[in-house]
Design a protein around this ligand. Structure first.
Ligand SMILES: NC(=O)c1ccc[n+]([C@@H]2O[C@H](COP(=O)([O-])OP(=O)(O)OC[C@H]3O[C@@H](n4cnc5c(N)ncnc54)[C@H](OP(=O)(O)O)[C@@H]3O)[C@@H](O)[C@H]2O)c1
Length: 249
């Protein structure tokens, strides 16, 4: 029986924030896999800030989503049909499966994942793109040492929350900047951050003076803008700054 594939296509390039009419929604029969292809039933999709960048025209680290194509999204799913020798029905994969029920195509760029090692959604967080970003950006670019003060903006987000936990494991004094009391409490009580600054309720510079009496040795920046400017005024000699994202811009 042919499965139904509900999917969102990029209809136009958004100006500013994304709107519903930037996308077309359609229901079509799911495509059967050709030679060398697999069909995957999507189980979980991730909504990442990077998706907004993929909608823009122009040179980037990855080609933009073409108009009329399925909106790119990272996901995890189960192989339901295969014409590829390395994949069989029942295998689980992660990768750019798209905002749709079924991905059909060659498996280049997909990774096999094991649901017995971790719950499937974790392959989109700590064990996925955002977790890898946190891990390699902090450890290779940030090079934290025990006793360093590490400040993270966007700290309660997918990347920031992992950065803070790794920095704690490395013996650092970890300070998170996030918006709202609930997120700040989560960072302190559940993730073990040493200090928090609620940028929506207090002056960031005053918060940095309070939480970082020895200045800042590693700044992991997810937001750019005014928060970056404030942290730079407290940065130490030979500090490392990880420019991961600039979501405020
Ligand atoms: N370089 C890479 O390879 C790479 C990979 C992944 C992600 N990134 C970048 O890393 C950043 C975080 O990604 P993520 O996946 O962790 O995102 P996320 O989980 O969606 O979290 C984003 C958070 O950013 C905060 N934010 C939004 N607008 C803001 C503003 N104007 N000022 C201050 N904070 C703001 C919000 O938290 P509050 O409620 O606390 O404001 C929001 O929840 C993004 O800039 C993304 O593009 C880069």
């Amino acid at each position: 029986m042919t499965q139904t594939n509900r999917r969102f296509l990029l209809a136009k390039r958004p100006a500013g924030a994304v709107r519903r009419d930037d996308f077309t929604f359609e229901t079509v029969p799911a495509q059967a896999p050709a030679e060398g292809q697999i069909q995957v039933r999507n189980l979980y999709l991730s909504l990442d800030p990077a998706m907004r960048g993929w909608m823009n025209e122009g040179k980037s680290y990855i080609p933009p989503v073409a108009l009329g194509q399925v909106m790119r999204a990272l996901g995890v799913g189960e192989v339901v049909a295969s014409n590829h020798p390395d994949y069989k029905p029942g295998d689980h994969v992660s990768g750019a499966l798209g905002v749709q029920d079924y991905f059909t195509g060659e498996p280049q760029g997909l990774h096999k994942i094991d649901p017995n090692l971790a719950p499937l959604p974790r392959y989109l967080s700590a064990l996925g793109m955002t977790g890898m970003t946190a891990y390699f950006a902090l450890l290779e670019v940030g090079q934290p040492k025990a006793g360093d003060t590490v400040v993270i903006s966007g700290a309660a987000g997918a990347v920031g929350s992992i950065v803070g936990q790794i920095a704690k494991l490395k013996g650092c004094h970890v300070v998170g900047i996030a918006g709202g009391a609930q997120k700040c409490q989560y960072l302190k009580d559940e993730l073990g951050f040493d200090g928090v600054i609620d940028y929506k309720a207090e002056d960031v510079l005053a918060g940095l003076k309070r939480e970082c009496p020895k200045g800042v040795d590693v700044y992991f920046d997810n937001v750019g803008g005014e928060i970056l400017d404030a942290v730079l005024t407290r940065i130490n000699f030979k500090a490392r700054i990880v420019i991961c994202g600039a979501i405020s811009q």
